[in-house]
Design a protein around this ligand. Structure first.
Ligand SMILES: Cc1cc2nc3c(=O)[nH]c(=O)nc-3n(C[C@H](O)[C@H](O)[C@H](O)COP(=O)(O)OP(=O)(O)OC[C@H]3O[C@@H](n4cnc5c(N)ncnc54)[C@H](O)[C@@H]3O)c2cc1C
Length: 386
């Protein structure tokens, strides 16, 4: 058993770390991504530099011009870039267009219509699963698509959909068989946002600065040719993507944020003098540093192990639940302690800590709440206990 990262991953990690330290952290004084997209004059030169490093469209297979990296490599990159607050949190454009992985399951004709234009940056797609009465429990969704010849007629409401305002298509998860529902009765349809009957009903404004949408579908005609995968496969396609999202987008991201927050905590504790001594000399502060280091180590180890197992084709659903809970809760506590050690300064927008504090609060809710993930994990443990 070898707990060290293989040499090529250590090189990847230090390359990305150098890039973040030299190119991104200095930008934090110039650009705060609170709900705003990164301005083109900052983004373009950065994209050219990561392309030159071979880091472009990280999960897109090489036949479509991507780097085709495995999940562990992507987690390592995600961890390092999450050490800076100079990148938008949800849709990070640094490594190229946001390609929804469900599109990799498209047929050849759909790949030409959807995947290739997305890769070329000409088409934007949002993912629409959550509804007013179906969030943690997506199987309770009401949005339905009824077959009418070579079309579906789509009706329903989707809530909290990121990027819907600028999307050309929504990847809508809808019931196509009321009897089967989550057991093979839910499908994934590519719905053109300009179709008659698609209404952007409301934009919600969050504490994190981003603003997802509510979409109403009123008898929208969707060609059967726009269904990704077989009829009834939509639910499982959505779940596959969410599992890797929990490991990388939540787990590795939290680890990156926590590691910089801990660095900041240690550095500041060494220079801030109160009552004649640096904070670093006080046991109350030392305990915060030690607790943070322990929790960060546990979270990072779990992220790496889970990504490694996923790359070997193992079923990591339960482990991914643990990763999401442990890493997001650890990072929340570590950022909170770092704010505490910085005192009033920790609350100021000059430092990235308050921004991470708000973002981390959000990722403890999206893509699986800790209550529901714990519940699912326990069900699995109890069922399989011998
Ligand atoms: C900023 C933002 C962006 C988003 N973007 C998207 C997007 O692009 N596409 C998309 O489809 N969705 C998106 N979502 C939706 C997000 O995934 C849901 O908000 C999330 O799944 C939680 O669902 P809910 O809000 O309906 O909460 P609910 O499911 O109503 O949960 C409320 C509370 O009850 C608890 N709870 C629920 N069931 C149980 C149970 N069985 N036992 C114990 N406790 C329980 C939960 O843990 C939670 O604390 C986004 C949300 C936000 C805030």
């Amino acid at each position: 058993m070898d707990f060290n990262l293989p040499e090529e991953l250590q090189i990847l990690k230090s390359t990305v770390r150098r890039f973040v330290d030299n190119e991104l952290i200095p930008l934090e004084h110039e650009y705060r991504p609170d709900g705003e997209e990164m301005p083109e004059h900052l983004l373009r030169p950065l994209q050219e530099k990561v392309r030159a490093l071979g880091l472009w469209m990280l999960d897109v297979p090489p036949e479509f011009g991507g780097a085709g990296l495995d999940l562990l490599s992507r987690c390592i990159i995600q961890e390092e870039v999450s050490r800076t607050a100079a990148l938008p949190f949800r849709a990070n454009p640094l490594f190229g267009p946001d390609v929804r992985p469900i599109l990799f399951y498209a047929n050849d004709e759909q790949k030409e219509r959807f995947l290739q234009p997305v890769i070329a940056g000409k088409l934007s797609v949002c993912f629409a699963q959550t509804e007013p009465d179906a969030g943690s429990d997506p199987a309770a969704m009401r949005t339905n698509a009824v077959r009418d010849g070579d079309h579906y007629i789509l009706n329903g409401t989707k809530r909290f959909i990121s990027g819907a305002g600028r999307a050309d298509y929504a990847q809508v998860i809808a019931v196509t068989d009321q009897e089967k529902r989550a057991r093979g009765g839910i499908s994934c349809l590519m719905v053109e946002m300009k179709s008659p009957g698609v209404v952007l009903e409301k934009q919600w404004h969050t504490m994190m600065g981003d603003a997802p949408w509510q979409i109403f579908f009123d008898n929208v005609r969707v060609p059967v040719a726009n269904r990704i995968g077989q009829e009834g496969e939509g639910f499982s396609l959505g779940q596959k993507w969410i599992t890797s999202g929990r490991i990388k987008g939540h787990g590795a991201r939290s680890v990156g944020i926590a590691s910089r927050a801990l660095d900041m905590m240690i550095e500041y504790s060494k220079v801030r003098v109160t009552f004649g001594q640096p904070l670093a000399n006080r046991q109350a502060i030392q305990f915060m540093i030690a607790d943070s280091a322990m929790e960060l180590h546990a979270a990072r180890s779990m992220v790496y192990e889970c990504a490694w197992r996923a790359d070997r084709g193992e079923d990591v659903r339960n482990l991914s639940y643990m990763v999401k809970i442990v890493a997001t809760e650890a990072a929340s506590k570590i950022v909170d302690r770092s704010i505490q050690v910085h005192g009033g300064l920790g609350l100021m927008k000059e430092l990235p800590l308050e921004w991470w504090y708000r973002q981390l609060r959000s990722i403890r809710i999206t893509e699986g709440t800790p209550e529901v993930l714990r519940w699912r994990m326990a069900q699995h443990l109890i069922r399989n206990h011998k």
